[in-house]
Design a protein around this ligand. Sequence first.
Ligand SMILES: [Zn+2]
Length: 403
Amino acid sequence: MIPFYKLERYEGNEALFELVMMSIVSSYVGEPLHVHAEGLRGTGKTTIMRAARDILPTIERIKGCIYNCDPAAPHCPHHKNLSAEEIKAIGVEVIPMPFLEISHSAKVGTVAGSIDLARLTDPAHPEAQLLPGIIPQAHRGIIFIDEINRLADTSPEITDILLDVMGNKPGHLQIEEAGLPVVEIPVSVSVWAASNPDEEPGPLEEIRRQLSDRFDMVCYMGRPDSLDILANMLEENSHFHKAKQANEAETAAADESKNEQYRNDIIKWAAMYEKTDLPDFLRNFIARLYIKHNLESIRAIQAMQQGAVLHSVLKNRDKVMITDVTYMIPLVLKHRVDGDTLVRMINDVDSRGSKDGILNFKGRKNKKDESDPEYFQQVARPLKDMHRGELVHTEKTLTPSDF
Ligand SMILES: [Zn+2]
C-alpha cells in the first residue's frame, strides 16, 4: 500500500485529504466528524481513507479494555463504576487510535456485539458475557464503510444502529442479546464512508436520506486531469518501482518518520482545536444562511461550524475566517439541499468579495431584491434540466485542461 504522504494530491481529491485530517483531529479530542466520499471507481477515495490508518495518533486506555475506556472517563460495563484507585491498580496502556472496517455484508452481531461463546463454554468458569462488536471496539477512533449505499439498501438493521451511533456526538449503542441484560453504552466514533452514486443502488441520499444527513460532510471525488499526476501515479504503481522500494530499508524508515510527523501535527492541531471558537459574527453568518436558504437540517449548520474551526486549525491560523465557512458550504450541503439551492448559495457567497458578502447580508433589511424573480438571472439556467454530474462539476469547478 502506498503511504499516505505519497498519495498524489490534485484538485479533485484535495478536499478528501483535508476532511480525513479534520476528522482525525476532531476524533482525537472526542468529537466525531462523519465524512462521506462519493465518486467513480478509480478516483482513489478508499485508498486515501485506508492509508490514513497509518498516520493515526495513539490513545491511552485502561489496560486490556476492549471498549477502549479512557482512564479519566471510563464508560464500559466493566469499568464505569470503578474508583480512580481501582483503575490505577488495573493500569493503562497505549494503543493506536482504532480504525475498523464494516463491510456491506456485515451482520448485526459483528457490528454491535454478541454473546461471548468462548466464555460461555469455558469449562472452568462458564459465564454469559457480551463480546463487543466492531462499533464499541472502535470507540475513540474511526469506522470505515465502503459502499455505504449498498449497506443502507440491504441492511436496515445496521443502518438503524448507525443512525443511533451518529445521532449525537458522542452517540450511543444498544447491544441486545437473548439471555443477557441490554447493554447501553456511549460511543464516540467518526464514521468514514465511501460510495459510487452512479452505481447500483444509487446515491445514499436517495436510499436513506436520514443516514445521508448524519454525515457532516460529503465530498465528490474528481478524476485526476493532469498528465504529470497520472504519470506519477503510474510510476508509484509500477512493479519495478514497488520492487525497488521494498528492497530499501531506508524507505520504511522514511515512511515511518513522515507518519510520525503527521501524528505530531494531529496532536498539535487537536490542542489548537480545543482552544479555538467561531467568532460571533461568523456564527451569525451561518445562522443567516440557515434562515435565508431555508436549510431544514440543523446538523448542516453544526457541521459548518465544526468544519470551519477545524479548517482554520489545519491552516495553522489562530482565527477562523469567513473563507473557512464558505469553503465548507458545498461539503456540508451537497447531500442535504437540492442542486438549485446549492448553486444559488455558492453563487451568492462567491459573487461578492467575502467581506462584502457579510456586509451585504447584514445590511439587507428587506428581501426585496431576493423575491424579485429577476434576481437570479445571471445564474439562472433551468437547474431541473441539469443532471447530477453537472451540478457536481459546477460545485467543484472542474475545468479539464487542454492537452
Ligand atoms: Zn472499560
